[in-house]
Design a protein around this ligand. Structure first.
Ligand code: UDP
Length: 314
């Protein structure tokens, strides 16, 4: 049995994925520099026979020389800050992990014959002027602004994947993830669901940026993880970019009202300045995922929020 490498294994999605794979009996090597990930996310795994943790920065080359990586058969490259709050606080590190880090991962795959799944982002579409977004839409991204370090680095990460697929026949797949949530998001993560749930549970005002009419489409993490595993498994996903997200679209104001209602609180909604370059709308077309993977999300926003809020209350 060959090992599965996860970069970003102590992060939100990485730790969910690591637990899922280990529970299936897979051998997992988790790499994380603990910049935004937390060791507490993988505490249950640290003493598990089928899990090895390496604290390292995937954008530096040293860790690639480890002998333990020679039997890696699959690589999930998830490492990167993903919340605007964190990637804007560490823009150069965000660029490095998604560009040089992706190149390192692809080189490792070239050496070991491993399959690679790279998690790109719906931010590759920028502030989209095509709605909803199919994979062939090329995006409307600003290179000169506070989101560029994430958006453009992810886009360049995709380019590395393209080149290694075509030049070196590395079996690579690219997932464009739309907003993902569940319990396990850091309480100080700064993204909208984490903020609003935390505020609602503690009886604070719910902070809506702008007029709250901007939209997002939120996918529950279990659905996302299932999509990523299917991408890794299916040959039909090789050399493909596939949207992984939930096509149900909500305004941020609707989201705030929904969270307020589930928590049963009477929190006030307060309005704050809209961040620079905040996309106005976002919703995936997921026909490609349906056709190539047989995948679509099954957990709707209300159900996902109920599950998440239940865990946060405990
Ligand atoms: N947002 C908000 N209140 C918050 C945090 C975020 O209204 O406390 C808005 C943000 O301006 C954006 C949307 O919610 O329009 C989603 O933001 P998030 O940071 O979660 O992710 P993004 O999709 O922008 O990367």
């Amino acid at each position: 049995m060959r090992s599965i490498l996860i970069t970003g294994a102590a992060g939100f999605l990485g730790s969910h994925l690591a637990k899922d794979l280990v529970s299936e009996g897979q051998r997992v090597i988790g790499v994380d520099n603990l910049s935004t990930g937390k060791k507490s996310n993988i505490e249950d795994l640290l003493n598990h026979d089928n899990f090895v943790f390496i604290q390292a920065d995937a954008s530096s080359p040293e860790w690639l020389r480890l002998d333990s990586l020679s039997d890696v058969g699959e690589i999930y490259h998830l490492a990167s800050p993903a919340s605007p709050k964190f990637y804007q606080a560490a823009p150069l590190e965000t660029i490095a992990i998604n560009t040089i880090g992706t190149k390192h991962v692809l080189e490792l795959a070239r050496r070991t014959g491993a399959k690679v799944l790279y998690t790109s982002t719906s931010e590759a579409y920028g502030d989209p002027d095509v709605h909803p977004q199919p994979e062939h839409y090329r995006g409307n991204v600003n290179t000169w602004g506070p989101r560029a370090c994430y958006d453009e680095a992810k886009r360049l990460g995709e380019v590395y994947c393209y080149e290694y697929f075509h030049r070196f026949q590395v079996d690579v797949k690219v997932a464009r993830l739309f907003n993902t949530y569940s319990a396990g998001l850091r309480s100080d993560d700064g993204r909208v669901i984490s903020n609003l749930v935390e505020q609602a549970i503690t009886g604070k005002d719910l902070t809506v940026y702008g007029d709250g009419m901007q939209t997002r489409s939120f996918c529950y993490a279990d659905d996302t993880i299932r999509g990523l595993k299917l991408m890794m498994e299916k040959d039909a996903a090789s050399g493909e970019i596939i949207n992984i997200g939930n096509p149900s679209e909500y305004t941020i104001l609707e989201l705030a009202e929904c969270i307020n209602q589930i928590v049963g609180g009477n929190c006030r909604i307060t309005f704050h300045p809209l961040p620079v370059d905040d996309p106005k709308q976002r919703r995936p077309i997921i026909e490609k995922a349906k056709n190539l993977l047989g995948w679509e999300p099954v957990i709707d926003l209300q159900e996902g929020l109920r599950r998440m809020i239940q865990v946060y209350r405990q």
